[in-house]
Design a protein around this ligand. Structure first.
Ligand SMILES: [Zn+2]
Length: 134
C-alpha cells in the first residue's frame, strides 16, 4: 500500500513538472506570437505597441485576424498606388503629395504639372526654331 502511494506521488510530481514545462512553453509561444504581431503591425504602418497590447488582451489569434482585416492603412495604400502611377493617381514632382494623374496643377503647392510633358527650350533642335527675319 505504501509502495503504491509512493508511486502515485511520483507520478503526480512528474505530471506537475510536465505541466509546468508545458505552461512555460505556452507562455513563450504566446509571447513570440505577440511580438510577431507587433512586428507585422509595424510593417503595415500601424502602431506596434498598440497591436502588442491588443494581442495580449485579445489573444494573438484574434489580433492576427484583425491585422489581416485592416492590413494596410488606407492613406499608405493610396500613396503607394500614386508612386506606382496606379489608381489614376501620381505624386506631385514638386511637393510629393498625391494628385490625380490627369491634374494639370497641384492642389497643394499649385505647381504646374503640365510642364514635364513640354520639351525644355534648350532641348529644342535649332532647325525647329523659327528662322529670324532678315
Ligand atoms: Zn505639389
Amino acid at each position: 500500500m505504501l509502495g503504491m502511494a509512493g508511486t502515485l506521488a511520483t507520478i503526480t510530481a512528474a505530471m506537475a513538472g510536465a505541466s509546468i514545462f508545458v505552461a512555460i512553453w505556452l507562455v513563450l509561444a504566446w509571447l513570440l506570437c505577440v511580438i510577431l504581431i507587433a512586428i507585422a503591425a509595424h510593417g503595415r504602418g500601424r502602431s506596434p505597441l498598440w497591436w502588442l497590447c491588443l494581442a495580449i488582451l485579445l489573444t494573438p489569434l484574434i489580433a492576427a485576424l484583425m491585422l489581416l482585416l485592416f492590413a494596410e492603412r488606407p492613406d499608405l495604400r493610396v500613396r503607394r498606388d500614386a508612386r506606382q502611377g496606379r489608381g489614376g493617381l501620381r505624386l506631385c514632382p514638386s511637393c510629393s503629395e498625391v494628385v490625380r494623374s490627369e491634374a494639370r496643377r497641384c492642389r497643394f503647392c499649385l505647381a504646374d504639372l503640365t510642364r514635364r510633358a513640354e520639351p525644355l527650350p534648350a532641348l529644342i533642335p535649332d532647325d525647329r526654331v523659327e528662322p529670324r527675319l532678315q
